[in-house]
Design a protein around this ligand. Structure first.
Ligand code: NI
Length: 157
């Protein structure tokens, strides 16, 4: 793969991981407990789920036995942030190594399809998180949403 394109693909993941980290880091303990509906997972449970989902599909794609370890109450915000950083780094390393080697992943084939799957999944949950916060009456503020968009693309002039 073209080196510039590979670096750009990895930077795309990094921008997403930074935006997600900053979003979760800015939430209060009350916001982490928000639910869009009584039967919906809380914000913290959704963040825990993102980490578990990353590990699951990375294991599957690497032909290892996936371990679905999403049981019990979600950990603290700091632990959630540590988990996200760890799984984001692992995804980046897996994609980078396969871009270099050209070795396809199980199920996905090209490693960018795994990255794309996770980006889509996580964007879905960020929408659910925004809805849960709105339902609680503590929606994301304009500075919070601006920070997300400014991480994903250069600030508008
Ligand atoms: Ni999900």
């Amino acid at each position: 793969m073209d080196q510039d394109l590979a670096a750009t693909a990895l930077q795309s993941w990094d921008r997403h991981a930074t935006a997600l980290h900053d979003l979760i880091a800015a939430l209060s303990p009350e916001q982490l407990q928000a639910r869009a509906h009584p039967t919906s997972p809380s914000v913290a449970e959704q963040v825990d789920h993102l980490h578990a989902t990353r590990l699951f599909w990375m294991a599957y794609a690497s032909e290892k036995s996936p371990d679905w370890s999403e049981a019990g109450p979600p950990p603290s915000r700091d632990v959630l942030l540590g988990q996200l950083a760890e799984s984001a780094g692992r995804l980046r390393a897996l994609v980078a190594s396969r871009l270099v080697s050209g070795q396809p992943l199980a199920i996905y084939g090209h490693p960018l399809f795994l990255q794309q799957h996770l980006l889509w999944h996580e964007a879905y949950h960020v929408g659910q998180i925004a809805l849960a916060l709105k339902t609680l009456g503590l929606p994301l503020t304009e500075p919070q949403t601006d920070r997300i968009w400014d991480t994903l693309r250069p600030p508008c002039p």
